[in-house]
Design a protein around this ligand. Structure first.
Ligand code: SF4
Length: 598
């Protein structure tokens, strides 16, 4: 029996007593364990894992419903005084007029995030200084600005606006993130009112793009489009955004809260690493709805989400989502930010208690038990040409590690319109999916897209490599990522030319341990660090994680990659290392063995 179909018991109807830590942790903290395989959702809790969990009631964890709402740290204090939603008015009225030096420190380093704004890293500061300099010494007077794109859904009009903002205010920078957002750099505070005006005129926003709030709602990039879709979550995602963005109800959570919803059988929204995941499933009596997952997140203490075993009918998604976020708001740990994600509460409660509290105290009714979704039969990145339910086609294309630019985006908008399309989607894999292409336009468009820098038939590693922001702009970074990954892809395309690799092998490049590009769920995950250069100095490099992955046609269930002590590679040797491991895999594998099984 696999983790996918392992039954969970429903416990609706029992009463709940709210005492901190009333039972021992029963569920799994999925850190790497077995020396030769990625850990899985069924892995046993270790003593190290237990030690990570906040314990004993001698020190309150800052759970509002257990310990009261008195703030236990500075962050919680300023969030209660004035949460981040309110800072928009000050940006418009004061900071954008009086400039960077007029910005209050708590607004700058705290509340600005509620509107998608972070200060970016000062150019030229090497990774060795990241841990030794004060934060303000690393900080530039420019911002990273994140635009949330719920469900990844864009029109060509919106794309053109994003491209023009990139050109006019962001020095032509724009990155597609692995959460379906677009990220600009070099933004000045003086330009924010005009940027918001342009975005909001076409229905885009930066509201709650960062901060301790519900972040962008990940949605299937082929929602409402794919011929093999089970259910279209578009209206559900729009309802969540309409009801909960910019309101006070969830403007002060313990930390960020991530949502993923898909109606496509490829399970294309990385639901296993979200705080809540809703994955389409067919219930034998109740029809199509969603399988409910909670408590996933990576970072330095990775944990895969778990099924609650509950079936959520399409009409119940909003109340169930609201219930889960409310549990996080009310019971999430707030004392230590490093323990303030939902995964830590789930680890303490276990799935049975979590479901019981959700049903009894937040929904007021039980949810029916439901089946698990079957193993995906297709890759969830949607690269290549696929038929839509209306007979037209969608085309998934790969920029290089999500990096695009103003001219590319406006050029793409023009190109799509020339070929009769007005819609596209971003994906959680730093890719784009172009919709509504008539058959006679497919090949001419693919040729034109290639010239623009978007590959519909990318090489193995162009397709399956993602990279985080890295040292170019990120204040936490230790090493460079985007260019390193781009160079590695180019080199691997030459080195592996003509070699048939029968399955995707993912390469995820991260500039530090925070895992924004999902170190632990890649076949080859790379965690940025400085390595000895052999001459008494240091050189950029990576700790290697092997064998991780999410549900896909190549693996039945998600598992976290393992680190191998001492297995590190310098940035300069990255392509060489990947080539060696791929060739060794191809030589060693038995007939249909996957990279994760190897
Ligand atoms: Fe920055 Fe680290 Fe996240 Fe990369 S993984 S974007 S370097 S915090």
């Amino acid at each position: 029996m696999t983790g996918r179909d392992r039954p969970r018991s429903a416990t609706a109807g029992s009463s709940v007593v709210f005492f901190y830590r009333q039972r021992a942790p029963r569920h799994r903290f999925c850190t790497p364990g077995h020396p030769s395989r990625g850990a899985t959702v069924s892995q046993t809790v270790t003593e190290t894992d237990r030690a990570r969990v906040p314990r004993a009631a001698t020190r309150p964890n800052g759970q509002w419903k257990v310990d009261g709402t008195a703030p236990l740290n500075g962050n919680e204090e300023w969030k209660q005084v004035d949460n981040g939603i309110a800072v928009r008015e000050r940006i418009e009225r004061i900071y954008s007029k009086e400039g960077f030096d007029s910005i209050d420190g708590t607004d700058l380093h705290g509340r600005f995030r509620w509107w998608g704004l972070y200060t970016q890293r000062k150019p030229g500061i090497d990774g060795g200084k990241t841990a030794t300099l004060e934060p303000h010494e690393l900080e530039d007077r420019y911002f990273m600005l994140r635009v949330r794109i719920d469900g990844g859904q864009l029109t060509t009009e919106q794309l053109r606006v994003i491209g023009n903002i990139s050109r006019d205010f962001a020095r032509d920078t724009a990155d597609l993130t692995d959460r379906q957002n677009v990220q600009f750099h070099w933004i000045r505070i003086e330009d924010m009112p005009e940027i918001w005006r342009r975005l909001e005129a076409v229905g885009l926003e930066t509201t709650q793009a960062c901060g301790d709030v519900p972040r962008v709602f990940l949605g299937s990039p082929v929602a409402g489009i794919a011929a093999d879709e089970l259910i279209d979550p578009t209206d559900t995602i729009a309802e969540l955004a309409r009801k909960f963005l910019g309101t006070d109800e969830f403007a002060n959570l313990p930390r960020k809260f991530k949502t993923a919803i898909t109606g496509h059988p490829s399970q294309d929204v990385v639901h296993e690493i979200n705080d809540i995941g809703l994955v389409a499933v067919t219930h034998p009596q109740l029809g199509v709805g969603y399988d409910l997952w909670v408590g996933g997140a990576l970072s330095t203490t990775p944990r895969l989400a778990e099924r609650l075993g509950a079936f959520v009918a399409p009409g119940q998604v909003t109340e169930v989502w609201r219930g889960v976020v409310s549990i996080f708001r009310d019971y999430g740990y707030r004392r230590l930010r490093g323990k303030a994600r939902l995964k830590f509460l789930l680890n303490e409660w276990g799935t049975e208690k979590f479901r019981r509290v959700l049903e009894d105290d937040y929904l007021g009714h039980a949810l029916p038990d439901g089946p698990a979704a079957p193993r995906p039969t297709a890759q969830g990145d949607h690269i290549g040409v696929h038929k839509q339910k209306d007979g037209r086609f969608y085309i998934g294309v790969a920029p290089l590690v999500g990096r695009v630019a103003g001219p590319l985006l406006t050029g793409l908008a023009d190109l799509l319109e020339e070929h009769g399309s007005l819609r596209l989607r971003t994906t959680p894999h730093q890719k784009l999916v172009l919709l509504d292409i008539a058959e006679e336009h497919v090949e001419p468009l693919i040729t034109a897209l290639d010239e623009l820098g978007l590959a519909a038939r990318p090489s193995l590693f162009r397709r399956s490599t993602i990279a985080c922001t890295g040292i170019e702009f990120c204040k936490l970074a230790i090493v460079e990522t985007k260019q390193t990954a781009t160079d590695a892809i180019a080199s691997l395309e030459t080195r592996l030319a003509g070699i048939d690799v029968p399955q995707p092998i993912s390469l995820h490049v991260n500039g530090c341990p925070n895992s924004c590009a999902r170190i632990q769920t890649a076949d080859i995950g790379l965690k940025g660090q400085l390595l000895p250069d052999g001459n008494g100095g240091q050189t950029p490099g990576f700790q290697v994680h092997l064998g991780g992955g999410l549900s896909s046609p190549n693996r039945d269930e998600a598992g976290l990659g393992r680190t191998v002590r001492g297995l590190k590679v310098t940035a300069d040797d990255l392509a060489d290392y990947v080539e060696r491991i791929v060739l060794r895999f191809l030589a060693d594998r038995s007939s249909d063995e996957t990279f994760a099984e190897w």
